[in-house]
Design a protein around this ligand. Structure first.
Ligand code: FAD
Length: 543
């Protein structure tokens, strides 16, 4: 279909191009084996030229000595140190090309994978506050045991300011106790789970053991404090990294500021052209703006004397929604199929009989067969604002949704903690609670002097309050994904509560959310592990 318009290359040109493109004779192709800066600069030129991408690559990069192409990509390119030198030498060339493009989105044209190891959960949450443009993956509290000590003891951050304070000994004693309690409770919890959920003959030993292990880690994760060290990998584009680096520079945590500097040094080695603004005067000013604004608003907030917690605190409260959501959503469904202004369509929908509106919603939803079938963009019209008070463990999971608006309050022990009912049944709830209470005492002692750093002492079992504003389309995604059987019971409960709240105000719009799992399961991971076994038996490579 497209081939006729494809540019032809001589055999010599083809040989030069071949290592860097997935084909030289078809119009659809990928770039490969090229440094990020070359790909970014090449794409920037693309938007300002009549020439094809491969022609640009040949003429303006491969054959242009000032691009440093051979040093960057050729034999020297195999040596990272030589590549870095080459990138610096050709910096003026790339700056010219990239600046010539003149738009912020040029920084989205280069990407990097970066690993942040041994960071605390406070820092991990700051990294994961990022939205589109960054894709994080974090070591799981469900699949990985967290009490294995390293050379310095249990793996948690000993924040230098706290360690230099009179609270150091109390802090480390409480943190050590959390980790040792986690370790000590694993065996009784797993023994109880095995007795409670014996393996049936159809289930493999592997699947059953994995499900028990995951459940035991899920049950005990509440003991892990925010100081717990974890690993976070991020893949993202330069622009998103630039903003993240600026936010880290503005963060009230010394760990986060140091992390930002360390990340900058590493990103400078792979995508320097795309993240350099973070360390420029402009970047510093931006960070100052963020930090100063936060402090000024915080000072204003401190003047308000509000009760921190109230009796009627509920886990999931729908605070706000659009009463005209149904009319707006139905109008948006019809809009692409009409030739009339949006207000006219909305007026027509408002005047429609109820049954006709329902029929349109039905037409938009009835073909939906799995949760992967996304509802259309019309479902982005209705917005919902929730105020959630739930354990930090659940917050950590739900925070990962990047399309919605989320903001949390500080981590505190003020709102109490949650004890999984299984721990009561096993008879270890007192030991579990005692470790949490000890951490709460240390937090309370440190809080006035170290309002930020004290948060490292707060274990995941304590409740945190956060607000979530999301549209209905994202609500479909979040609620159906997070109510799925294999999810953690803490966030499954929240997802189901959100579903009930939305259904109560917009029943017709919520009716299409057909894949909300309302059941409770003992061993949430078991069915997923059984499916994994079946895939392995079939030799499915994706298993
Ligand atoms: C059972 C379970 C186990 C999990 N285990 C782990 C784990 O071990 N480690 C871990 O780090 N995380 C884990 N997660 C979290 C998971 O990796 C996601 O970060 C989280 O579910 C958010 O989902 P999302 O990206 O689909 O949602 P959102 O961020 O809300 O995005 C909604 C949708 O928008 C689209 N979208 C969003 N961002 C992008 C983008 N940058 N590019 C393209 N499309 C985008 C996608 O279609 C996405 O599904 C787990 C989640 C579940 C449900």
């Amino acid at each position: 279909m497209f081939e006729d318009s494809t540019e032809r290359f001589t055999p010599q040109e083809t040989a030069l191009l071949a290592p860097f493109v997935t084909n030289t004779d078809r119009p659809i192709f990928c770039l490969r084996n090229l440094p990020e800066v070359v790909k970014g600069a090449l794409f920037s030129r693309y938007s300002r030229s009549t020439r094809s991408l491969r022609r640009l690559l040949l003429d303006e990069f491969i054959s242009a000595p000032e691009s440093g192409f051979n040093a960057l990509v050729g034999r020297a390119g195999a040596d990272p140190a030589a590549q870095l030198v080459a990138a610096r030498e050709a910096e003026a060339f790339y700056d010219r090309v990239l600046i010539g493009y003149g738009d912020d989105s040029v920084a989205e044209l280069g990407g990097a994978h970066i690993a942040c190891e041994g960071v605390s959960n406070i820092a991990a949450k700051l990294l994961e506050d990022s939205r589109l443009g960054l894709s994080p993956l974090e070591k799981s509290t469900r699949y990985v045991r967290f009490d294995l000590p390293g050379p310095d003891g249990y793996a948690y951050l000993r924040e230098p300011a706290l360690m230099a304070s009179p609270y150091a000994a109390r802090f480390t004693t409480a943190m050590d106790n959390l980790f040792s309690t986690y370790g000590a409770l694993l065996a009784p919890v797993q023994t109880w789970l095995q007795a409670q959920f014996p393996r049936d003959p159809e289930t493999s030993q592997r699947a059953h053991a994995s499900a028990i292990r995951a459940k035991s880690f899920d049950l005990l994760r509440g003991l892990l404090p925010m100081a717990t060290r974890t690993n976070v990998g991020l893949f993202g584009n330069g622009r998103a990294f630039e903003y993240l680096l600026i936010k880290l520079a503005a963060a009230p945590f010394a760990e986060a500021r140091q992390l930002g500097q360390a990340m900058q040094a590493e990103l400078d080695q792979v995508i320097p052209a795309f993240v350099k603004r973070a360390r420029s005067e402009r970047g510093r000013e931006y960070a100052t703006y963020l930090a100063t604004t936060r402090e000024r608003v915080a000072a204003r907030a401190a003047r308000l004397d509000l009760p921190r917690s109230s009796q009627d605190d509920v886990a999931v409260r729908l605070v706000d929604y659009d009463p005209r959501a149904e009319i707006k959503a139905v109008a948006a469904m019809l809009y692409p199929h009409l030739d009339a202004p949006l207000t006219t369509v909305q007026e027509a929908v408002a005047a429609m009989p109820e049954a006709e509106r329902m029929a349109i919603i039905e037409a938009a939803m009835s073909e939906r067969k799995t949760r992967f079938h996304r509802p259309g963009r019309a479902f982005e019209e209705p917005y919902y604002t929730f105020d959630i008070l739930a354990d930090i463990g659940a917050y950590r999971d739900l925070q990962r949704h990047r399309v919605l608006t989320q903001e949390r309050q500080s981590f505190t022990t003020e709102h109490g903690f949650v004890v999984p009912p299984e721990l009561e049944a096993i008879g270890v709830a007192r030991t579990y609670s005692a470790a949490l209470e000890q951490a709460a005492e240390v937090f309370a002692a440190m809080r006035a002097e170290f309002p930020h750093e004290a948060q490292y002492a707060v274990p995941f079992a304590f409740r945190v309050r956060w607000r979530v504003k999301l549209n209905l389309r994202e609500a479909y995604h979040l609620i159906e994904l997070r109510s799925a059987r294999q999810g953690h019971p803490a966030y499954r409960k929240i997802a189901r509560a959100m579903f009930h709240e939305i259904s109560a105000v917009h029943p017709a719009l919520a009716r299409g959310m057909r894949f909300v799992d309302q059941h409770d399961y003992g061993l949430e991971r078991l069915a997923a592990e059984q499916r994994l076994d079946q895939k392995r038996q079939r030799g499915d490579q994706t298993a």
